[in-house]
Ligand binder design. Structure first.
Ligand SMILES: *Cc1c(COP(=O)(O)O)cnc(C)c1O
Length: 350
């Protein structure tokens, strides 16, 4: 089979490599012996930097994947007879292979709809209020994704409203922040405004998609909720023996602002693609481009044409459309090459 030419891709921000700041931090941490299982200076510093960035004394844990972060965080908020309410397109429902239910011993996930990947608050209230009898799994957690799966971002006011509803309904508030950095860069607000000040109890803050090799931070703003979470991590195989290598990239990327720089860069790249693609005949931008992804409605022939030209992109996310995802590593020439091919394919489709 012919090997397609090497080029950067838009399939996922997970296609990108490790950013230089994270790589450098790993190299720096690779200096002789250090205590294991988190009892090392890098882990201590990374936790401290997260407390600085969120301007609160939160409790922090590092795990290997976003699925583990979400599942363990949710399990810690629920008992097996509870339920978790989330958007029908949320990662924890569609892309975690049942891990939230598995790690919580059967907690049920209840789905609410909502435009542009954002949960509709009336739908949430309906799910909670429609039953109060013992036969219905007791609603316990409201989970939102920031940045959403469709590349949109909840505004500060929208999150305040979610938090207020959660409080009124007696629900804990979980945030899947696998692309939290992109949301902060997009809104340009202090991270506290879109987390604990809006009532978020637990944030799963993504590192991999931001430019690390791997690793996500589970951040409890309500420290009481973190009780025995370390045991949960250990039992799930998520307590890294050489924790310094999970933590050091956080230390490095938070210290010099790389986390926000890279997120802002990825957002700008997506904006460029979105604006240019909107002007191409036969192409429709599906959702407002507020972070690092662009969803395009393309004719099937164009999808196939772009794939023949060697482009990788997903068409199964959310309600369809071709998703183009930017990362810290996306270059101007990648964008130009993609746009040129989109224009040529559009001409061929006319
Ligand atoms: C990528 C992603 C995750 C984490 O996925 P893992 O592959 O388990 O690391 C979680 N939530 C959302 C919205 C994601 O896009």
């Amino acid at each position: 089979m012919e090997t397609p030419p090497h080029r950067n891709q838009f399939a996922s921000d997970n296609y990108a490599g490790v950013c230089p700041e994270a790589w450098q931090a790993l190299a720096t941490a690779n200096s002789g012996y250090a205590s294991s299982y988190g009892d090392d200076p890098w882990t201590g510093r990374a936790c401290g930097r997260l407390r600085e960035i969120f301007e609160t004394d939160c409790e922090v844990f590092f795990v290997f994947t976003g699925t583990a972060a979400n599942s363990l965080a949710l399990a810690s908020l629920c008992r097996s007879y509870h339920s978790i309410i989330c958007h029908e397109m949320s990662h924890l429902e569609t892309d975690e292979c049942g891990a939230p239910e598995f790690f919580s011993n059967g907690t049920k996930v209840l789905l609410a709809s909502g435009d542009d990947g954002k949960i509709n608050l009336e739908a949430v209230e309906h799910l909670v209020r429609k039953r109060s009898d013992i036969h219905y799994p007791k609603p316990r957690v409201l989970s939102v994704t920031q940045t959403t799966e469709l590349g949109t971002v909840y505004s500060v006011d929208e999150l305040l409203a979610v938090g207020e509803l959660a409080r009124r309904l007696g629900l804990r508030f979980h945030m899947d922040g696998s692309r939290f950095a992109n949301a902060v860069a997009s809104l340009n607000v202090p991270p506290r405004e879109i987390t604990w000040q809006a009532g978020v109890d637990v944030l799963c803050f993504g590192g991999a998609k931001n430019g690390m090799a791997l690793g996500e931070a589970v951040i409890f703003f309500d420290r009481k909720l973190a009780a025995e979470f370390d045991y949960r991590c250990k039992q799930a195989g998520q307590l890294a023996a050489k924790m310094r290598f999970l933590a050091a990239p956080w230390d490095g990327m938070l210290a010099d602002g790389a986390w926000l720089r890279h997120a802002a860069h990825a957002n700008r790249c997506a904006r460029t693609i979105s604006e240019a693609a909107a002007g191409v005949a036969g192409v429709r931008v599906k959702y407002p481009c507020q972070a690092n992804s662009v969803f395009l409605d393309l004719p099937q022939a164009m999808i196939e044409g772009l794939r023949r030209r060697g482009w990788h992109f997903y068409t199964f996310i959310g309600s369809g459309g071709a998703r183009f995802m930017c990362s810290w590593e996306t270059r101007d020439e990648d964008i130009e090459a993609l746009l040129a091919d989109i224009r040529e394919e559009a001409m061929a489709c006319r």
